[in-house]
Ligand binder design. Sequence first.
Ligand SMILES: Nc1ncnc2c1ncn2[C@@H]1O[C@H](COP(=O)(O)OP(=O)(O)OP(=O)(O)O)[C@@H](O)[C@H]1O
Ligand SMILES: [Mg+2]
Length: 273
Amino acid sequence: MLQIQGINVHYGRRQRLFDVTLPVLEDGDILGLLGPNAAGKSTLMKALSGTHAYQGNILYKGKAQGQYGPSAWAKDVAYMPQSPPQESALLPFELLWSAARALKLALTDAELRALIESLLNRLGLAEVALAPMHSLSGGKRQLVGLALALIRNPRLLLLDEPTSALDLHWRMVVLDWVRERIDHQGGIAIAALHDLDLAARYCNKLALLDRGRLVAAGPTEAVLTADVLARVFNVDVHVEKGILGHPLVQVLRPQLAPKSSLTALTSPSCSIK
Ligand SMILES: Nc1ncnc2c1ncn2[C@@H]1O[C@H](COP(=O)(O)OP(=O)(O)OP(=O)(O)O)[C@@H](O)[C@H]1O
Ligand SMILES: [Mg+2]
């Protein structure tokens, strides 16, 4: 069980998350974290992963995040940041090998080799396993980032836009795999997503952030409504039930810019026709 209550985060003196409380997450839940650019999704992910300081409570299996030692936390919890692994001369195979050894996974060399090969095969990376990271496409580097997260067989997955660089096929392969793992092995996943169709398809709960505050949270169908989406994303949308049974969001048009921002632009040095 994961409880996230009253999270506040600052960068320097600027507060960017304000008292964010998410629904309690249970084994089997995938929560989609939605919101416009700069809403605070990555900031919340950093707080949850323990890579950025916060005030508030994050209780995982009834124990405060701060009570886990860094290695116990890293063994159970995988955080895939929004930026994929750096371009470098390292090879995906080497990266995965050294990540597994740094995590002190209890595997013989032969077992680790077999694990890495199965991850690489599953993610379509076998052909680039021995190619330097700087020669990989953005999507392939993102898939290496996912393999790095999954190598520890985590119980809590924190995925920050895990599919943003992937094509249609790999987006679904990746999220099908996350869903399959959570359904069969248990655990919880939180994924920051911009793609509302993927969110509707794979997440049973959603939380919607806007300017650092939670604006809606709950079961997917309750959050993905035309009213809520129009208010937060400034778009006119139509929501209906898709043929697969989950909500289907059709964006009709962006709304006109709010009057206040036009006023701000029409200062003496700037006019709009
Ligand atoms: N390292 C940082 N230092 C200072 N401010 C930051 C830092 N990282 C993020 N911010 C600010 O915090 C706010 C939230 O940013 P965050 O990256 O969490 O948004 P996001 O919802 O993930 O956006 P996106 O959809 O664009 O990834 C923004 O105003 C951003 O400028
Ligand atoms: Mg982000």
